[in-house]
Design a protein around this ligand. Structure first.
Ligand code: NZQ
Ligand code: ZN
Length: 388
């Protein structure tokens, strides 16, 4: 049964090959000073930076440079971004990049007019912003996180060996996001597939929970089928516009808060993966891939009906003459062979995790209670060891 919920999504999207031109409609809504946020340089190599700068200039904006946002943005970089925003009285934070740039922009946005240290306030005490928020806009160059249409922001604190996400409210979501599938075509294959698995796992996190027969689960199955289908086309031909656009759109749907409406959600793969990320600084989607199968095989007996449904509806497993357990296991085996075909990381050792890190990674894993089984700390260790 669907629980009670309210739903709104505050982000305006512009999707398609010509989407960037819509910046001309959005920019006049904001003041003169625009903090131009980008990563390690991909946008300079593929021409997106120049295209954005040209539009900013045409709209009379004063550009405040803020490059060098690293994948898995750090708290030190966040504090630097806040300083830049304060010193330049910025009116708009424009993130041009993947989830890291967009997450970072949101974290800067809630911290500019706030005296507290952003880590302590948002990523340790999980407070809500009561200060004035600087608006965020996004030009997305990587499909995966859904950050372009949600309030999530994930920041890494290497000193504390923690990677922590805060889901802010609708006022912190990007005011607008530009989604041009062509912008994702310069992604290296490893990043493309990591993004694809991130999308798939966001759907799983919201699917593997509850005993219900909710509309959300039917939507989730459709999204999973779409991303599996398009991933195999993009793997063969990364320039296939239809596949890349389906992947980009599925990423947004997978985590724009819609499919979680009215149901409980799991998110334990993300909790495990994020803690692995805090220790290894590995690519987000790869950390998820590396812990997924050990985790799902562990919880499968507690949610057997849903795992059976996953097998038959998403992976077309023929149920005839088989036990529920056998059907469910076949579904996970099909998922495993798809993951291997994509070339995903299948264990945390290949991401640099070692046995002596396991206790620390377990300490950094938040244990949530929305899935089929609330793990004990010993079970977290068990899943992590099985992921080595
Ligand atoms: O830094 P540059 O040079 O731009 O290179 C980036 C980066 O190295 C590169 N890249 C991006 N677009 C490209 C490109 N290279 C060539 N061509 C392009 N068009 O890809 C690398 C990864 O980028 P990044 O932004 O780090 O990837 P992603 O979008 O996967 O974001 C990952 C971050 O988002 C967080 C993750 O934890 C991680 O910190 N997440 C945010 C979520 C949210 N807001 O809801 C949810 C997710 O579960 C996730 O936790
Ligand atoms: Zn994710």
């Amino acid at each position: 049964m669907l629980g009670n919920f309210s739903y709104v999504n505050a982000t305006k999207l512009y999707f398609g090959e010509d989407a960037l031109q819509f910046l001309h409609e959005e920019l006049p809504k904001y003041g003169k000073n625009v903090q131009l946020i980008y990563g390690g340089g991909s946008v300079k190599r593929n021409g997106i930076y120049d295209a954005v700068v040209e539009i900013l200039r045409a709209n009379g904006k004063n550009i405040v440079e803020d490059g060098g946002v690293m994948p898995n943005p750090t708290v030190e970089k966040l504090r630097e971004g806040v300083k830049i925003a304060r010193e330049n009285h910025v009116d708009l934070l424009l993130a041009v990049g993947g989830g890291s740039c967009c997450d970072y922009a949101k974290a800067v946005s809630v911290s500019v007019n706030c005296d507290d240290d952003p880590w302590d306030k948002y990523f340790e005490r999980f407070e809500e912003p009561e200060c004035e928020i600087v608006p965020v806009g996004c030009v997305l160059t990587m499909a995966g996180t859904g950050s372009e249409m949600n309030g999530g922001s994930v920041i890494t604190n290497h000193g504390k060996k923690l990677k922590v996400g805060h889901v802010f409210g609708e006022n912190v979501m990007p005011k607008f996001s530009v989604l041009n599938p062509k912008f994702t075509m310069s992604l290296p294959k490893r990043q493309m597939v990591a993004g694809i698995y991130d999308i798939f796992n966001h759907i799983c996190e919201q699917y593997f929970s509850g005993e219900d027969d909710s509309t959300s689960d039917y939507i989730a199955e459709g999204l999973m089928k779409s991303v599996i289908h398009s991933s195999l086309i993009a793997l063969e031909n990364p320039e296939d516009y239809e596949a890349r656009s389906n992947i980009m759109w599925t990423a947004t749907w997978a985590l724009n808060t819609l499919i979680a409406c009215g149901k409980t959600t799991d998110w334990m793969v993300h909790m495990l993966g994020q803690s692995v990320g805090a220790y290894t600084d590995a690519t987000h989607g790869m950390t998820l891939a590396a812990v997924s199968l050990p985790y799902y095989r562990f919880i499968m007996p507690y949610g057997i009906a849903k795992f059976r449904r996953f097998a038959t509806q998403v992976w077309n497993v023929d149920p005839a003459g088989k036990s529920d357990e056998a059907i469910a296991a076949e579904g996970l085996a099909a998922m495993e062979s798809w993951m291997k075909k994509l070339g995903l990381a299948m264990n945390i050792s290949e991401l640099g995790a070692t046995e002596d890190m396991i206790e620390g990674i377990a300490d950094g894993t938040f244990i949530l209670d929305g899935g089929y089984k609330v793990l004990t700390r010993e079970e977290v260790v068990q899943v992590l060891k099985a992921s080595l």
